[in-house]
Design a protein around this ligand. Structure first.
Ligand code: ATP
Length: 305
């Protein structure tokens, strides 16, 4: 498959801080690739290097066969970029904003088509300042599409949005893929990455700690099924790790998660404990393994949405 982005041993420092610490990865044509990780992991720095906004301290980057730099305008014309927290001219309408950006490019997509694509046609005459958070983010993605780019780089496109607005943006991003675009996006949201991304790269402290499709990462790291157990009292001193099939026990604030290779046996054992009055069960849920479980396993932390 054609490689659209190639990164080799990328290093970027800010003074004493090594924000990106020797990472290597590729983005392939037509895929949605996610760059995940907690605050300060180095996601934005990485995408800024790809966009030519920052010069790496070491390593090699190729984007669409070119080396990004602040003055590589030919490459910029082929990229669609949505920066974190896009600033708009708030008095301009949606249509005026898109027209303004379209005028910057010799070749651009039709403004009416972009508004339709981003489900903003009804808002064409609305000033940008009157838009909801989700509408603004959809406008930011529409702006990134103005020049009909081959590669879109979206930095936290759904940050701070409510679930409904986030879903609408997900559908928009999926339809980009349908158009044959390649998308690299950063996110904090594991559920988002699992839904959208063909492959994800998890960064922590500037290093890659996992890379692969969500399904592969899950299969590589888990044979177990998580059972979420909500207890009336979590301070009961029961050792759940000795129950049949339980490989790992993770205590949360109000529940305990048992990762079991034989979930039916584990649940039977829990019900025995409950019958004997050794635990008071409030709720019991068996769920499928998610990317969030992989993240928790690898980083020891949970990203809360
Ligand atoms: P977030 O999810 O919060 O956007 P991130 O994963 O995008 O985080 P970066 O913004 O790339 O992470 O930051 C990586 C590290 O580099 C952090 O420790 C951050 O404080 C530091 N950093 C980022 N930009 C600068 C800068 N301009 N000057 C100094 N340090 C910086």
């Amino acid at each position: 498959m054609e490689v659209v982005v190639s990164v080799e041993k990328l290093v970027k420092r800010y003074g004493d801080i090594t924000a990106v610490d020797g990472i290597s990865f590729e983005v392939r044509h037509g895929e949605i690739q996610g760059l995940l990780g907690p605050n300060g992991a180095g996601k934005t720095t990485t995408v800024e290097c790809l966009e030519g906004l920052r010069i790496p301290d070491a390593g090699r980057i190729e984007v669409l066969g070119e080396v990004p730099s602040p003055t590589n305008y030919a490459l910029k014309a082929r990229l669609g970029i949505q920066l974190q927290g896009t600033a708009f001219l708030s008095r301009l309408t949606v249509e005026e904003t898109l027209k303004l950006f379209a005028a910057l490019y010799p070749r651009h997509r039709r403004v009416s088509e972009l508004m339709e694509f981003a489900a903003l046609s009804e808002k064409r005459r609305a000033p940008v300042k009157s838009l909801s958070g989700g509408q603004r983010q959809r406008l930011a993605v529409a702006l990134a599409l103005v020049n009909d780019p081959e590669l879109l780089i979206l930095d936290e496109p759904t940050a701070g949005l409510d679930p409904q607005a986030r879903r609408a943006l997900w559908e928009l991003i999926i339809s980009l893929k349908g158009e044959g675009k390649t998308v690299l996006l950063t996110t904090h949201y594991m559920e988002e990455a699992e839904y959208l991304c063909d492959r994800v790269l998890i960064l922590d402290h500037g290093k890659i700690i996992a890379l692969g499709s969500p399904e592969d990462l899950i299969a590589r790291h888990f044979r177990e099924t998580p059972i979420e157990v909500e207890l009336a009292d979590v301070d009961i001193g029961v050792d759940f790790s000795v129950l049949p099939g339980v490989e790992r026990v993770v205590w949360e604030e109000e529940e305990v998660v048992l990762y079991s290779t034989t979930p039916v046996e584990t649940i039977q054992a829990l019900s025995t404990l409950s019958r004997r009055g050794e635990i008071e069960l409030r709720d019991l849920t068996m769920r499928r393994v998610s990317l969030e479980d992989v993240y928790l396993l690898l980083t020891g932390r949970r990203i809360r949405e």
